[in-house]
Design a protein. Sequence first.
Length: 501
Amino acid sequence: MASSQVSGIEVPEGNPPTPLGPMNRLPPEILSHTFEILQGPVPVEQPWPIFTQVCRWWRSVALAHRPLWSRIDMTKPKLTRISLRRSKGAPLQLHCDDIEGSGNVHLPVWKNIVQRLGRINELHLHLQSETQMLYIFNILIEDSKIPAPQLDILEIELQRLMDLQEPIFLFMDRAMPCVRHLRLKNFDTFPWRTTSPFSRLLSLDLELESLWADSLDISALLSMLEMAPSLESLRIESHFVPLLGDPGDKIVDLPNLHHVDLSWSSANIVVLLEHLRYPLAATVILAGEDSFAHGAWSIVEILFQQLMEDTMDQPYKLSIKIDSESSLYMQAWGQAGVPLWDLTLENLPPRQETLISSQILPFFSTARVLFLSISNGDVDDYLRLLRPLPELEELHVTTLMRRPTFCDQTIMPFLPQLKILELQCDVPESYDTRTLRYIRCVVAAYIEHKRLHGSLGSLVIAPNESYRFSRAVFRELLERTDLSWTSKTGKLIGTRARASS
């Protein structure tokens, strides 16, 4: 190969002695382990065929490529020292995972990090022991006013809530002005005590188990969000942990926030949204731990009021994962008159077609993308509900194939703008004539829609993960259409169905 660069890796001049095969597609961490083994004599227990595809030429390439050694598993001290040396000046990604308490964390190896603090770009700590955590943070703040000036991603996960001490607060105060992505699991008072602004923070992910915390302080949470004026993504998952405290009339303005994901109780969502202001041109995912019924109208009223105060030049992109207990919330949002693009309906129960068609979907006539997850009942009973969605461009359906009766009179004439149709089938262990008839009806509807409108771009029929369609199922369809079939995924994919078929 004459090229001087392969997959982003600088290679020496001249051609390699053997053609490049699958090796150049392996991820860096696999290659680094392979080359680490090859640096010395091959162990007796390792058979030669494992390594014969890696020639000395590729070994020299890997040893000279600094980014190849920058992702470091801190639970392996020997490889850590080698990687630190060979990574040279490349930014470091440090990973330390001992959440199960296996005792594989070799703390002395962290002393090798002291001279390289300025190169830490990512820090991922998943620990069980408080002693381990304090030891690591004591090293990170040792003899340094700014312990990690290049730190971009910080992720800390604890097995249980701990009484975290001063070294961790000190590290956060010094490092947070640099961090852009922060994920914390099982914290309550931390990092609320930090005083440094999170000026570069773009994404915040907080997860707290109720087993280890009784409540969260809403004032402290709002103060933390206030210190992150550039925040773009907010995710909070806190199982049944209530928000306490009185923030008064405090409003936190987050002008760049475009993704909100709250897995909380309705009461907590209401409390938090009352004190946040952000442009609602984003994806909002609300997955309550309890029924949304009692809090639905309050949530919608708050969001709609914020929307009316905001000037928007495009419809609102809303993605709500709802279940059978959340229909009132869905109805309330629709009646608020907010334009919609994206809509997700999951775990739709049987015999709710009338409620959904009359009280929910008519309010979402502007929807462009729809995800349907049908747990029971006829597919047709739900697909008939799509008539009030004339702007729909993408339809993704996940369903059980118990009583399928899909046909072109059901859905296609009512969706003239449809461009993508994807059907995820939960099929029986062995397909029968009814299953095949169902698939044929779907393909027939696809072809007919192509003939009438010419806008349908692709069709995907995919079985569930435990089943793969055989070629025999699609032999006739493949002969009659331009559909393609792949044995690797078991999917039937159509992009150029013949209208005359």
